[in-house]
Design a protein around this ligand. Structure first.
Ligand code: NOJ
Length: 669
């Protein structure tokens, strides 16, 4: 990602040994203080407008070599002020501002081990990381990270338990602090989204996870504490070689939900782009030989209903070209699907003519999205990455969806949790190797995103969500309507999501007890509410042609944005997003609701930012639920209307139970 117009003012201040160093946000509202007890225990606290938000909370580690819990001395502090803006290769915003103040505290442990803590305080949150500088102690074996968050007020957390397979769970709200007993003894996945009793919000996660296990969180003795994903069947969490920096521990804190969603702290905490030429990284929409396998009318493996045949792919490629969809995914094109014992990523089934299809795709100007399902055999995949990526690039494939279906994966270190240190290393290796071959990665069964896409923008999307496929086969009948209204404020806060929106046909022939709990308009709304630069329109071509007028919105909606904003929303109830297309002046609106119908008022004042004339006109094309629409009985009832609007108008739109809407605001000047 390009960096430009840096206005970076840096002030250095070296203080010998202040007892309680403090750092405040650029607007002065948020302050973070490092505290030390008599026996050298270190902790921190956070205040906003002089009110404590996080009271004294522990820092430090347990390691096999030394308990790094007490016995610390502050040997120096350094403060900096930072202000810059940078341009994203793709994203919800083209330009991102980074304004923060930082404090580096150097500590010496009585054992001789050196450890620094770097704090960064933004107007909308704070973060810190531990740094083990170059020193005599070369190796550390971390058995526990002691970082905790003792929220002063009552707080509820939207979360999923840490062992939720592939993060594919329904998020629910649990009390984590306050007068009452915490309502959970579960260990939770990171991130969690916090609703505080005073109506403000928080988002607790980590940024820039590399060569370290993913964090999880649990409540004990009034504080949220860190549980690092261990090495499999071991008490060890991380093997660290100094010099080493941990990922950032990050808490976004905002008074409104709109500000929470707009926070870009996580991206700012990641390293700038390491890929010099990013011209080959292109956001795009794609379709796929995919939904058919999930609703079980097609198969991955070869047989009478094989999905990935040359003939079927030809049909998809032509359809994509005719409808302006840039790419088509095909799953089940390669050997290995019969028994999942060994996937071969360079040998197609004999009813798949890769050479012919890659030439056809090229002549149509449509890309093929590759699919590498490893079945959890990450070791085998990693050993063959160069060969596999050479094969794909030789066939013009520039994006690959990877998969790791196995609750415990096999890495070069043996059986491992995918979000343990070894798994994190593997995923990173895949992204870096793919970058060398100019391949974009859409990582399924991933480690939760932490903003790494700033550094490696070829990591274009990730799953890590209970996605649309659950609505095809889940025993519980499909995700409740509420689910999609939680995700923009939880999972998607962590990064782009390959949820695969766009089901247009709700009858499920093979498993009729399971279905998508939404109206067709809700499916359109997802294209704006759920951010992904690689956005799949997941249904079958013939289903799209049943509602060709509604499919026009999918043809038009971009997946790369100049600006984005949450217009209105409530976690678990509804949301409305507005986004401006990148490099253009059209805007797109999307709204989704849970099982309750809702009337939403959408002031179009955001259009003012670009139109100078007070009555600058836009043609609004609005796709909305009909009066009697309902996800259960009338999901296909919708209307499409056009009208002229200006920035001073307010759109009034009704979303049906399980419904939603989408709109295109076309700049007419
Ligand atoms: C699970 C993925 O989420 C899904 O998209 C894919 O089709 C299957 N694994 C097979 O790889």
């Amino acid at each position: 990602m390009k960096k430009f117009g840096i206005i970076s003012f840096v002030s250095l201040l070296l203080i010998a040994c202040s007892s309680s160093p403090v750092v405040t946000s650029p607007d002065g509202s948020l302050s973070v203080r490092l505290e030390q007890s008599g026996d050298g225990e270190i902790s921190y606290s956070v205040a906003r407008d002089e009110q404590t938000i996080i009271s004294s909370s522990p820092l430090g580690f347990l390691t096999r070599e030394q308990p790094l819990q007490s016995g610390f001395k502050v040997t120096g502090t350094k403060k900096e002020t930072y202000s810059s803006e940078w341009e994203t290769v793709w994203g919800e915003e083209r330009v991102i501002e980074d304004q923060h103040n930082s404090l580096l505290v150097s500590l010496a442990h009585e054992s001789g081990i050196l450890m620094d803590i770097e704090f960064r305080v933004f107007n909308d949150g704070f973060a810190f990381r531990y740094i083990f500088p170059e020193q005599e102690q070369k190796e550390l074996t971390i058995t526990d990270e002691l970082t905790a968050y003792r929220f002063a007020g009552s707080a509820e957390a939207w979360s999923i338990p840490w062992r939720t397979e592939y993060y594919e769970g329904l998020w629910s709200k649990r009390t984590i602090s306050g007068n009452g007993q915490p309502s959970t003894r579960d260990t939770l996945c990171s991130p969690i989204t916090l609703e505080f009793a005073d109506g403000s919000y928080g988002f607790l996660h980590e940024a820039a996870l590399a060569d370290y296990p993913a964090q999880n969180l649990y409540v004990r003795e009034g504080a949220l504490r860190t549980y690092l994903t261990p090495w499999f069947n071991s008490e060890v969490k991380a093997y660290v070689t100094t010099p080493f920096s941990t990922p950032w521990r990050m808490v976004i804190l905002t008074k409104t939900l709109r500000e929470l969603v707009a926070s870009r702290i996580m991206l700012n905490l990641n390293e700038p782009c390491k890929i010099e030429d990013t011209s080959w990284i292109r956001p795009m929409k794609f379709m796929g030989i995919w939904w058919g396998m999930h609703i079980k009318t097609m198969t991955w493996e070869q047989g009478p209903h094989h999905g990935a045949t040359t003939e079927n792919m030809e049909r998809y490629l032509h359809f994509a070209k005719d409808h302006g969809i840039q790419a088509v995914l095909a799953e089940g094109w390669n050997l290995g699907w019969e028994d999942w014992k060994h996937f071969d990523f360079t040998t197609p089934y004999d009813d798949w003519d890769m050479d012919y299809l890659s030439r056809l795709a090229d002549s149509l100007g449509v890309q093929i999205v590759g699919h590498n399902e490893t079945g959890g055999n990450a070791a085998d995949y990693e050993k063959n990455l160069d060969t596999i990526y050479r094969y794909h690039t030789a066939h013009g494939i520039r994006a690959i969806k990877t998969g790791y279906v196995a609750p415990v994966i096999r890495t070069l270190d043996g059986l491992q949790w995918n979000k343990g240190q070894s798994g994190v290393r593997h995923y990173r290796k895949v992204i870096e190797t793919a970058a060398k071959y100019h391949i974009m990665i859409d990582n399924h069964e991933p480690v939760m995103p932490t903003g790494l896409q700033r550094t490696y923008p070829n990591l274009v999307s990730q799953e890590g969500v209970r996605g649309q496929e659950w609505n095809a086969w889940s025993n519980d009948g499909g995700s409740p309507c509420e689910h999609v209204t939680v995700l923009p404020f939880t999972r998607i806060m962590a990064g782009p999501v390959d949820y695969t929106p766009g089901v247009f046909h709700f009858e499920n022939p093979v498993i009729p007890t399971t279905r998508v709990h939404s109206t067709l308009m809700n499916q359109l709304g997802l294209f704006v509410c759920f951010y992904s630069p690689l956005q799949m329109a997941c249904d079958l071509p013939e289903h799209y042609m049943e509602h060709a007028d509604a499919f026009t919105f999918i043809e038009h909606v971009p997946c790369d944005w100049e600006k984005s904003l949450l217009v209105d929303g409530k976690i678990g109830d509804y949301c409305v997003f507005a986004r401006q297309e990148r490099g253009g002046s059209n805007w797109y609106l999307g709204g989704i609701t849970d099982e309750e119908a809702r009337d939403v008022a959408i002031p179009l004042d955001f259009l003012k930012q670009q139109s100078q004339a007070p009555h600058h006109k836009y043609k609004a094309v609005i796709y909305q639920d009909a009066e009697d629409a309902n996800w259960e009985s009338r999901p296909y009832a919708y209307s499409i209307k056009e009208m002229e609007v200006t920035a001073s108008d307010t759109l009034l739109i009704r979303m049906a139970p399980g419904g939603g809407f989408a709109a295109e605001l076309i700049d007419e000047n």
